[in-house]
Design a binder for this molecule. Structure first.
Ligand code: NOJ
Ligand code: CA
Length: 564
């Protein structure tokens, strides 16, 4: 009997010590949804979120100090853009050491403290992983360029020129100029899809793959809940170095337009994503993809066969619907709904003009910001917010070339002003520098920070911030929003975007007036099994419901609960 009992306990220990498996079982809900499907993600640009030591640059202690704010807002996970040691040519996307923190942001102790505080506030930490390239200051590249026979030579992509003074082929860097840079010391060119200070790693070298997979494991052990993977489509290049097809016209940097046929989207990318995913699964972690795709078939491939690649490839086609057009949005949502994975919606990030400006008409910007928030936070899928979006932060583009910090804004001026405008400091209050720092911040805050800031908006029940908070609170508790199917309604309507999220006899109706004129409409939800039941308003702004009739002011929004 004693023997049998002890064997039973041994079995229990074995079962419960397999932590990742247990965690996975615990984190799935009745519908089999994982933690990242119920979570709301929030992107933080660390230079610009909160500056704890008043040097004008945000830092990890600053982020940690805002955990209660994030939790009360309704954020479950923060994705921090790269905060590793870096010369900051591309503001962190040029990594000089993958397993440390840049001193300007703090150190690993600050990082561990941030993870711990995050845990206390139910906010997970997602790091940004930059697999395609390192900084030219990374020790690997320094060794690589030291001689043709250096141990790390083959960690990067080195080739002879086509002829004296001519790069190996016609590939263009997305940031301007040839994608090849001559290293006079070894008389070979190295390849860089982005800046010359960001040499591409050679993923065909197994040593590169090994060290990169291990790096993700190292961060998971430190408490990271996942990664946002940078520029995944650029991991592999044609070993034959074929020239890319030339298209008509030139881009904002004045380079010829090329089809990136031979340096992006290689099938090998998917093999590597599967390997990264296997490592992520050891820790119940999530992989988010920076997946710029031109159609849903391409996006779909990133989920992998049977879901063995990225859990969360971002749908950037949604951000490319740059007008308040219900038919265009309906088409895009339907397309993503048809994919074989969980949708991921974003409306802004650190590389694109803020949604406040892209959708705003200059007169009704706040109403439109609320409308867009009510929209993408109620779709089926996981939203990734961009810091400041919840207070209606706007772009603050430089007006003079000499003020530009982002190199592409200097090389492409004035056609390309760079990305400074969407990266300005978070607006915490109406004090100088918007409460971000006591010192002049690295980028200036716009005058609109006087009205659009956390402190002022917290007091105003009609603010963009309070609308976001209400929608996020509903989204966390309402089963139809968490689990429900998406059904588009009034599909011929050019002004209203309407849809139902329904789950087990309960539903949420969302009606968004994307036009400048008042709208009135009725909803017969019998085909969806809800009869002509009365709408119970949960959240509204410039809209009301009586029975099953909805009246909306220009850009009004209504979120109503419906039951059988
Ligand atoms: C995409 C990042 O979002 C962007 O900011 C960066 O410049 C490039 N990848 C290069 O890493
Ligand atoms: Ca600082």
């Amino acid at each position: 009997m004693f023997m049998r009992l002890s064997a039973f306990f041994v079995l229990l220990v074995i079962l419960f010590s397999s932590a990742p498996a247990v965690a996975q079982v615990q984190s799935a809900d009745a519908e089999g949804h994982q933690w990242w499907q119920r979570a709301v993600f929030y992107e933080i640009y660390p230079r610009s979120f909160a500056d704890s030591n008043n040097d004008g640059i945000g830092d990890l202690i600053g982020i940690t100090s805002k955990m209660s704010y994030l939790h009360e807002l309704g954020v479950d996970a923060i994705w921090i853009t790269p905060c590793y040691p870096s010369p900051q040519v591309d503001f962190g996307y040029d990594v000089a050491d993958y397993e440390n923190i840049d001193p300007m942001y703090g150190n690993l102790t600050d990082f561990d403290h941030m993870v711990a505080e995050g845990k206390k506030h139910h906010v997970r930490i997602i790091m940004d992983f930059v697999p395609n390239h390192t900084s030219d200051q990374h020790a690997w590249f320094q060794d690589s360029k030291s001689s043709r026979t250096a141990p790390h030579r083959d960690w990067y992509i080195w080739r002879d020129g086509k002829a004296p003074g001519q790069p190996p082929n016609n590939w263009i860097s997305i940031f301007g100029g040839s994608a090849w840079k001559l290293d006079p010391a070894t008389d070979q060119y190295y390849y860089h899809f982005f800046y010359a200070q960001q040499p591409d790693l050679n993923w065909r070298n197994p040593a590169v793959e090994r060290v990169m997979l291990d790096t993700t494991r190292w961060w998971y052990r430190r408490g990271v809940s996942g990664f946002r993977l940078d520029a995944v489509d650029t991991l592999f290049e044609d070993p034959g170095l074929n020239d890319n097809p030339v298209l008509p016209g030139t881009n904002k940097q004045g380079d010829p337009n090329l089809q990136n046929k031979y340096n992006t989207n290689f099938p090998e990318v998917h093999t590597e994503l599967q390997k990264l995913r296997r490592v992520a699964d050891e820790s119940n972690a999530v992989l988010i993809g920076e997946t710029w795709t031109s159609n849903v078939a391409e996006l779909d491939r990133y989920y992998g066969q049977g879901g063995n690649e990225l859990q969360m490839p971002m749908d950037f086609m949604f951000t490319m619907v740059n007008k308040l057009s219900p038919p265009d949005f309906r088409r895009q949502v339907a397309a993503v709904e048809s994919a074989h994975g969980w949708p991921v919606f974003v409306i802004s990030n650190h590389d694109i003009v803020r949604s406040y400006n892209r959708y705003g008409d200059g007169k009704n910007n706040d109403a439109i910001a609320k409308l867009m928030g009510a929209f993408y936070l109620t779709l089926r899928g996981t939203p990734i917010m961009y810091y400041g979006e919840e207070i209606g932060m706007e772009n603050n583009d430089p007006t003079r070339k000499e003020d530009v910090k982002d190199p592409i804004g200097r090389t492409g001026w004035p056609q390309e002003k760079g990305r400074d405008g969407e990266r300005t400091p978070m607006q915490w209050n109406a004090s100088p520098n918007a409460g971000f720092s006591k010192k002049a911040p690295w980028l200036p805050v716009p005058t609109s920070s006087q009205t659009h800031n956390v402190a002022s908006e917290s007091k105003d029940p009609n603010s963009v911030l309070n609308l976001y908070k209400r929608v996020l609170a509903l989204r966390h508790t309402n089963q139809a929003l968490l689990e429900g199917a998406y059904t588009p309604l009034h599909e011929d309507d050019a002004n209203l975007m309407s849809y139902l999220r329904s789950y087990k006899g309960k539903a949420v109706l969302v009606v968004l007036n994307m036009s400048t004129s008042p709208q009135k409409t009725t909803f017969d939800l019998s085909p969806q099994g809800f009869g002509r039941s009365a709408l119970k308003t949960a959240i509204s702004s410039g809209a009301s419901a009586t029975g099953n009739e909805v009246t909306l002011e220009p850009f009004g929004l209504l979120i109503a609960e419906v039951s059988q």
